[in-house]
Design a binder for this molecule. Structure first.
Ligand code: 5GP
Ligand code: MG
Length: 471
């Protein structure tokens, strides 16, 4: 692996996927809109695969590259005129050097004896490394470190020319979290793992088309009508015959990622019928009841904790103030402050409004603490702006364990709460007090039965044992 190809174990993906079939509509153009709506799920790369569909199949057109959707697809007119009945799209949240490697951008296109395959994936295969080793021993050559390429190889090695039969045959070999959308140029196939860790929903598009996406906000962006979520373990097939569904994996009971509600999903999306914004506001209300603060004002950290902060303020009967302003134009550029700037709490991305916080006892509500980098910065920034007291309130429980199902959490040693009590954390962050929402409160706020949510990052108990490289 000296030639810059990513090692599979280093790659985790919390991406966005979409794709569908709709004859007579500009499907490539619509898929670009859907990707814009899913951009928050990944800013490292974007890609769209398009094909005409039908039994003859005319080859798959593909564009994928590093960068934002707007950077990879600057010419919307070109997409609008691109002929096709089906498309598959992907935005990637990779991190580290591999995450930025354009080679790892998706959808991934593979040619094999039965034709072509374009594959997009959200999630993380627990046995990816083992499957890859097995295939390499049989002579497979991998060009990327993605689970998408792994799936494409597995499908290609099945004797069956029909992609849905080949996928149904290999699906039981995949362990872990996945939401795949793929095409062979003739139809679009979606598959969700048997636990349903990552979200995937289905909508109607146009007169007779259908569309799949990680989040329902993508449907709003293209005028598609939500039908239902893809059932864990279900395969859906979209083509000129309409929609077909097969339960290809035995359903294990839903374990939807709780962190989707807390941080990852967009507030206008609904997951399992619950609106994300409303769930976050309820997280904030419960946080105020569990950990009230003697304070003057409440503020959120743009953008992800505004909903929770407004719920906190409402419940506490305190004014919500916009005490932190976010610069929207920095994007993915990583600008390292000097040590002195860091120590003084100077930051380009966020700024405290001095006239609002001066002399005040401030409650900062954030959605989560992972490494603690953000909180440390926020407390310093508030004090520098003249806050008299700074009280941290976190609208989720302490993150104590790494995620193996597709969320970007570091090794547990780097998690601030993995080896510290809340009191120790408050000391470390120089906060006057800290309060984390309890797990029970978090689950009540979301409003789903506890058993239907994956809570592993807060409990260290995993719905699927993680082996291989992660053990
Ligand atoms: P920390 O700075 O403690 O490592 O991370 C917590 C902060 O990052 C919070 O403000 C939260 O909104 C945000 N956050 C939580 N999870 C993620 C994630 O998976 N990716 C990114 N980029 N930010 C996250
Ligand atoms: Mg944040």
């Amino acid at each position: 692996m000296h030639h810059g190809v990513a090692r599979p174990a280093e790659i985790k993906e919390a991406c966005g996927v979409c794709g569908g079939w709709a004859e007579g509509s500009p499907i490539a153009y619509l898929t670009c809109f859907a990707l814009y709506a899913l951009q928050h799920r990944g800013q490292e790369s974007a890609g769209i695969a398009v094909a005409r569909g039908g039994e003859t199949g005319s080859g798959i057109w593909l564009r994928r590259d590093s960068g934002l959707v707007a950077e990879v697809f600057p010419d919307l007119g070109e997409l609008r005129n691109r002929p096709g009945s089906l498309a598959v799209g992907h935005v990637r949240y990779g991190y580290g050097r591999e995450g930025k490697d354009p080679e790892n951008a998706q959808p991934l296109l593979l040619r094999y004896r039965h034709g072509e395959l374009a594959v997009a994936h959200n999630g993380h295969l627990l046995n990816g490394a083992a499957l890859r080793e097995e295939l390499e021993e049989q002579g497979a050559i991998f060009q990327t470190g993605t689970d998408s390429e792994l799936l494409a190889h597995l499908i290609a090695r099945q004797g069956d020319a029909a992609v849905e039969e080949a996928l149904a045959a290999v699906a039981p070999r995949l362990q872990g979290a996945f939401a795949f959308i793929l095409t062979d140029g003739r139809k679009v196939v979606g598959l969700r793992d048997r636990h349903g860790f990552r979200p995937l929903s289905l909508a109607a598009l146009g007169d007779s088309g259908f569309y799949l996406a990680s989040e329902t906000c993508a449907f709003d962006a293209i005028g598609a009508g939500f039908i239902r979520e893809v059932v864990p373990g279900e395969m859906v097939i979209l083509d000129d015959a309409g929609l077909r569904s097969r339960q290809v994996l035995e359903r294990a009971g839903t374990s939807l990622c709780l962190f989707e509600y807390i941080y990852f999903a967009r507030p206008d999306s609904n997951l399992q019928g619950r609106n994300v914004h409303l769930a976050r506001r309820e997280l904030g209300r419960r946080l105020a009841r569990e950990h009230p603060a003697d304070a003057d004002i409440v503020t959120g950290v743009p953008d992800s904790s505004i909903a929770a902060a407004s719920g906190f303020a409402e419940q506490a009967g305190l004014p919500y103030e916009m005490a932190l302003v976010k610069n929207r134009y920095i994007g993915r550029t990583f600008i390292q402050p000097t040590r002195r700037m860091r120590e003084e709490g100077v930051d380009l991305k966020l700024n405290a409004v001095q006239k609002i916080v001066e002399g005040k006892r401030v409650v900062i509500v954030d959605d989560s603490i992972v490494r603690g980098t953000t909180s440390l910065k926020l407390v310093r920034m508030m004090r520098r702006a003249g806050a008299r007291e700074v009280h941290l309130r976190i609208s989720s429980p302490p993150v104590i364990a790494s995620c193996y199902y597709g969320i970007d959490t570091p090794d547990s040693r780097e998690l601030l709460a993995s080896s510290r009590t809340p009191a120790e954390i408050a000391g470390f962050l120089h906060a006057d007090s800290i309060g984390y929402l309890s797990l029970a409160g978090t689950i009540k706020a979301v409003g789903l039965p506890e058993a239907q949510l994956c809570r592993a990052c807060f409990t260290g108990r995993y719905p699927v044992a993680c082996g291989g490289h992660h053990a």
